[in-house]
Ligand binder design. Structure first.
Ligand code: NAD
Ligand code: ZN
Ligand code: ZN
Length: 385
């Protein structure tokens, strides 16, 4: 088959790759019909997450079942499915508690020969380096899906690919970021980052009862899309003092919920020497710290932007003084997918209005470049094998 193969930092090539094969009885092989590039893929592309051997990236994909293993009885060739980005067995301690992102069966790399945990490594993800299980991903013509009987979700015929593709990751991620805020109705929600994840958080905030949604991003074209498709208020941190403005919008108190949908993007800016948005001395990113300052006392900060070890240093004094609740991590995609699919099917939310580019998979290298550099008003790239 042909696939987008990551070789080294900044080097992704469309080329021939081994066909995926059924390896375990619960596997399925999916012929990919649509796939997307995620902000998380950029962490590998930019070398923040080391991947030392060639791997097919991509954890946002959907397609048609081509073949199933002997243990998969609830799916058949020809079924149209979406796939959560977390690879989960459905049977272990964590899967039984709906914490599929921490599945202790799927990431074999994290366990020694006698089954003992080697480190604090978490579960496995499609196309997300050897650290997360070393599985090839879905930026390819075909992909092997482990535990297919548990993880695959059938797609109603009436919905086209673009309407449901983002159920694999970014819609559930945006949804988690808001549900961690425990809205009861009418709250002010400030969402930092208006990329694909931030846009999905904005949609989720309205659906979960926010009274006011404020989007913050330094890129005007992304704020323009946020206003157009999600009817939110917007702030550009290059133009205004975001903390001051959010306080003035909330009787001086701050937002009830602040969402960090930026993550290491801010650190990347510094490495690119583009913007000094990462405060290296304090070891915290300014986006996260801005959230802690822009949130009201007793409020909630939720973090879905990905952080790595360089940022393992929290302003714990501010947490304590303001009595904050902070929640973060990989989203509950496996748990929430069916419920969110229903919202799409019922027409309560539109997801495909964030797409800026639909390209053939063979254009993958260009896709990564324009998405990373935010060129050509790029917001979200969908690829067709
Ligand atoms: P993206 O890179 O397209 O979006 C990031 C946005 O943040 C950009 O629009 C950028 O202009 C903006 N930004 C940069 N500096 C900022 C600042 N100082 N203030 C406000 N905005 C700023 O990526 P994305 O696909 O939207 O993903 C966002 C983050 O979410 C990434 O870190 C990604 O890895 C993460 N993510 C997490 C999960 C999860 O399960 N937790 C799932 C998917 C993605
Ligand atoms: Zn993702
Ligand atoms: Zn499990």
């Amino acid at each position: 088959m042909n696939a987008a193969v990551f070789h080294k930092m900044g080097d992704i090539r469309y080329e021939h790759f081994d066909d995926p094969k059924i390896e375990e009885s619960r596997d399925a092989i999916i012929r990919v019909t649509s796939t997307a590039i995620c902000g998380s893929d950029l962490h590998i592309y930019d070398g923040f997450l080391p991947q030392l051997r060639p791997e097919v990236l991509g954890h946002e994909f959907m397609g048609i079942v081509e073949e199933v293993g002997s243990g998969v009885t609830n799916l058949k060739k020809g079924d149209r499915v979406v796939v959560p980005f977390t690879i989960a067995c459905g049977k272990c301690y964590f899967c039984e508690r709906n914490l599929q992102m921490h599945c202790e069966t799927s990431n074999k790399e994290a366990y020694g020969p006698d089954g003992g945990l080697l480190s604090e490594k978490g579960g496995a993800l499609f196309g997300y380096s050897d650290l997360y299980g070393g599985y090839n991903g879905g930026q390819a013509e075909a992909v092997r899906v482990p535990y297919a009987d548990y993880s695959l979700h059938l797609v109603p015929e009436t919905l086209k690919d673009e309407q449901v593709l983002f159920l694999t990751d970014i819609f559930p991620t945006g949804w988690s970021s808001i549900s961690w805020g425990e809205l009861t109705g009418g709250e002010t929600v400030a969402i930092f980052g208006s990329g694909p994840v931030g846009l999905m958080a904005q949609k989720s905030a309205w659906l979960q009862g926010a009274g006011r949604v404020i989007a913050i991003d330094p890129l005007d074209y992304r704020l323009e899309r946020a206003r157009r498709v999600n009817k939110v208020e917007t702030l550009n941190p290059n133009e205004v003092d975001v903390i001051e403005v959010i306080r003035s919008m909330t009787d001086g108190r701050g937002a009830d919920l602040c969402v960090d949908a930026v993550g290491m993007e801010a650190q990347r800016s510094v490495l690119d020497k583009a913007k000094a948005v990462f405060n290296l001395e304090k070891g915290t990113t300014s986006v996260l710290e801005t959230c802690f300052r822009a949130v009201r006392r007793g409020g909630i900060v939720s973090v879905v932007g990905v952080y790595g070890t360089p940022s393992d240093n929290f302003p714990v004094g501010r947490f304590f003084d303001k009595g904050l609740t902070v929640r973060m991590g990989q989203s509950f995609v496996s748990r929430d997918m069916s419920m969110l699919m229903d919202l799409v099917a019922q027409g309560k939310v539109v997801l495909d209005d964030i797409i800026s580019h639909v390209l053939p998979l063979s254009d993958i290298a260009r896709g990564y470049e324009i998405f990373k550099k935010k060129e050509d008003d790029c917001t979200k790239v969908v690829l067709k094998p």
